[in-house]
Design a protein around this ligand. Sequence first.
Ligand code: SAM
Length: 164
Amino acid sequence: MMSVKQHDVSFKKDDDYETPKYIWEMILKLVPRDKILYDPFYCRGNTASVMKELGYECIHEDEDFFTNHHRYEYDILLSNPPFSIKKKIFDELKKIDKPFILIVPVSTITKKYFMDNYRNDDITIIIPPKRMQFMKNGKQLKECWFDTVFICYKMGLNEKIIYI
Ligand SMILES: C[S@@+](CC[C@H](N)C(=O)[O-])C[C@H]1O[C@@H](n2cnc3c(N)ncnc32)[C@H](O)[C@@H]1O
């Protein structure tokens, strides 16, 4: 009988992925130009560089979000956050109660912590035309194996789901 070799699968937490310009360009028409953006999750500062290049003001400091967010007067928190601490981030954002746009795995919307916090809220899910692919150390990757969406809170978009 042939033996079937099991694959060794090891999962390592790695949140250091950057968001390429094409991803933010997909939703530009939904982000008002006169709003002050805040991306608290740093990595190499890619999102802030891109948003500034696209004409936005974007606050971005390499520091801990949870202890520093209260220092900033911003209109919209916009980020690709560290997925490994999504629950903690969504809990904190509920307390802050300001508009946000976050890129997260699509599976987030069925998580209990998300439904408990946001089920009756002004939430819009924006679904991209194809799977988003991120960057690592400035290099564009192609192998993201899960789908991600934009979750928008209090952006006044009047629709639950937007396909772009
Ligand atoms: C997915 S990366 C995205 C970086 C950037 N927002 C972008 O879009 O290119 C998330 C980053 O958040 C950082 N991070 C993790 N916990 C954090 C915290 N408590 N405060 C601020 N940044 C944090 C991680 O180090 C990681 O580099």
